[in-house]
Design a protein around this ligand. Sequence first.
Ligand code: SF4
Length: 223
Amino acid sequence: MKSSVILEIIYKKLLKAFHHRNWWPGDTADEIIIGAILTQNVSWNNVEKAIENLKQHNLCTIEQIHHSNMEKITPHIRSTFYFNEKAKKLKNFTEFLYTHYNGDVCKMFQTTTWTLRKQLLQIKGIGEETADSILLYAGEKPVFVIDAYTKRIFSRIGLTKPDWSYTEYQQFFMENLPEDIGLYNDFHAQIVNLGKSICRIKPLCDECPLNNFCEKKLIYLTK
Ligand code: SF4
């Protein structure tokens, strides 16, 4: 079966099992960008606490962060660990936005997708997953986000190799899925949900909606 057909079936199975995930959790583009930076290497629960703190202290917009300083930001994002680094990354992003786009997120997203992606990747502390999350979820740009769950699940299924680079993974999905922002949005959210709840380090294969497709299922089920 072609990879494009398998991916379509996989998405339908995930959708049927878990329903639409309504991502990204965030009310505004600013909040999504802030969340995408804060969630690096930490669970979303920890980010939620930080976002709530930032909101309570009027620090949850790009403008407010830009006009604030590290000392003011860090106490409110302690739940995200590495909080000094993350405060710096938030400041690096706002510095970029004010330097190149006069602080205007909408103006930034008028830049073509792959040009903006290159620009975002030049910001210190913004990697591919964060840049693509910003592009897809805040900017509604058609880029597929890859993360550790994607690599784990799809290499276990046998569609990809665990040692593929981020770019190879992204190309695999984008070449085998129709260019559809809604699909990219929800498919990534479904993958994260499956990775967190079922296809864990020690997977629960008997509960997995993808177990008919998975090469590794038998290995895990017999352990
Ligand atoms: S069957 Fe098991 S290893 Fe395969 S994707 Fe599902 S949980 Fe992961």
